[in-house]
Design a protein around this ligand. Structure first.
Ligand SMILES: *Cc1c(COP(=O)(O)O)cnc(C)c1O
Length: 431
């Protein structure tokens, strides 16, 4: 069969059979309008980011790191002003020393909350790693969690359809929570990721009753999926990881916090120490990658979103259930896929690894991981360890055989890896 040039490479270098290439072509046909919407958001955000560079007069001088105390580190300070501009906040803390997204979130929690305060999650149970931070998991006893410091915690579940329960939120405000916590991404649950306008509605509901409650958004996986960010809809503070969306696949590590001056100051006092706050913290070798990563981020997030839309469309073409569906609105970069058997799930995951540029020669197998009640299989061929803006997949090996996939620095690599996975399933008579 003859293909247009764009399909020939998959055939020549990876021996993707005609049947799969045809399904890919028909999936791409279906998603044209969805891609167009993603491109519109990408363009808006790219210009927004370039303007923020211009506004802050970013120059080559900012790309050289500092040592020791890092006093007057012009690059570090400029990077933080850049983040504040992009996310429309008064201030930002952006540091390579923030080890994970969980760390960034914990800095805000510990920075703002004091003994006797109430933390209220309005999007149900937060991301797994935060359970130990808050102190709602047994293993967290006396480990220095919020609970150990006398900070109480309550959560309001999302409604059955995944929407926030505005009435319950309004009622809970009578207990005067110091902080209201919102997780934007669906994480690894089956509910829609929250849109920025929905987050805005939560902010209004909270502030109508208690304008002093701090609204804090865990923005992991959400950055640049829309033209507005939660802080532009009234959230007081937001945090995330630089090895996800805003690092553009280039940042080697780090996390960010953006918000009002007062909150960022309190967070900096916790990240560093009271009194020093944002003033110290050297950037060592290569802060350039944090700048360049932010510059690339709108583009890379769009590549990854297109990859996930393609994944949903082609799998739907093979009769698999997916969530979200290819045509659904997206507010994060995670895609769930429902396989019919353990063998399908494993073969698919191994294909993702084989279709990566890095560590393509490794084969992932299910293994018992602490904290999970079943074996887990993971694929990640990443330039930056654990980066999930790069194509990666994880799945607990148990019914209903759900695979979670996210990221992709280039659309083409996602498309390739998905087809390698389908070929592997076909070769093993699983398709
Ligand atoms: C990734 C993520 C985090 C933070 O995870 P880390 O692995 O600590 O970076 C927090 N919340 C959500 C919803 C996430 O997706």
């Amino acid at each position: 069969m003859d293909y247009i040039n764009s399909m020939k490479g998959y055939q020549k270098f990876y021996q993707i059979p005609d049947s799969i290439l045809e399904k890919a072509a028909s999936a791409e046909n279906k998603v044209k309008d969805v891609f167009k919407k993603i491109d519109e958001i990408k363009e808006y955000n790219q210009i927004k980011v370039i303007d923020a560079f211009r506004h802050n007069r970013i120059g080559e001088i900012h790309f050289h790191g500092s040592t020791g105390y890092g006093y007057n580190d012009r690059g570090r300070d400029a990077l933080e002003m850049l983040y504040a501009r992009v996310f429309s906040t008064e201030d930002a803390l952006v540091r390579q020393g923030i080890t994970t997204g969980t760390h960034a979130i914990a800095i805000v929690l510990f920075g703002c909350l004091r003994p006797g305060d109430l933390l209220l999650s309005v999007t149900g149970k937060p991301y797994d790693n935060l359970e130990e931070v808050i102190g709602i998991r047994k293993s967290a006893e006396n480990a220095g969690s919020l609970k150990d410091f006398g900070i109480s915690y309550e959560q309001i579940e999302l409604k059955k359809d995944g929407a926030p329960d505005y009435n319950a939120i309004r009622d809970a405000m009578s207990r005067k929570p110091k902080m209201v916590f919102i997780q934007r991404s669906k994480g690894y649950t089956r509910r829609p990721a929250l849109s920025v306008s929905e987050i805005g509605k939560i902010v209004n509901t909270v502030k109508e009753v208690n304008k002093d409650s701090i609204v804090f958004v865990d923005n992991c996986y959400g950055e640049f999926t829309d033209i507005l960010e939660p802080t532009e809809a009234g959230a007081d503070v937001m945090a995330g990881s630089l090895i996800k969306n805003p690092g553009g696949g280039l940042a080697p590590s780090g996390g960010y916090i953006v918000g009002t001056s007062r909150i960022v100051e309190m967070a900096a006092a916790r990240y560093n120490v009271p009194g020093l706050g944002k003033e110290t913290g050297c950037t060592l070798g290569d802060p350039r990658l944090l700048f360049q990563g932010l510059y690339m981020a709108p583009h890379v997030v769009a590549e990854s979103l297109k990859g996930m839309v393609f994944t949903a469309a082609i799998l739907e073409g093979y009769g698999f259930e997916t969530y979200p569906k290819y045509s659904d609105e997206r507010n994060d970069i995670i895609q769930s896929m429902y396989f019919h058997s353990k063998e399908q799930l494993i073969a698919f995951c191994q294909g993702i690894q084989a279709g990566s540029a890095v560590d393509s020669f490794a084969t992932p197998y299910p293994w018992a991981m602490p904290g999970y009640d079943s074996e887990v299989i993971m694929a990640a061929g990443a330039f930056v360890q654990g980066s999930s803006l790069e194509l990666s997949m994880d799945a607990p090996v148990k019914e209903p055989y759900t695979g979670y996939i996210q990221g992709g620095l280039t659309y083409e690599n996602v498309k390739l890896a998905i087809m390698v996975s389908l070929k592997k399933m076909q070769d093993e008579n699983l398709l």
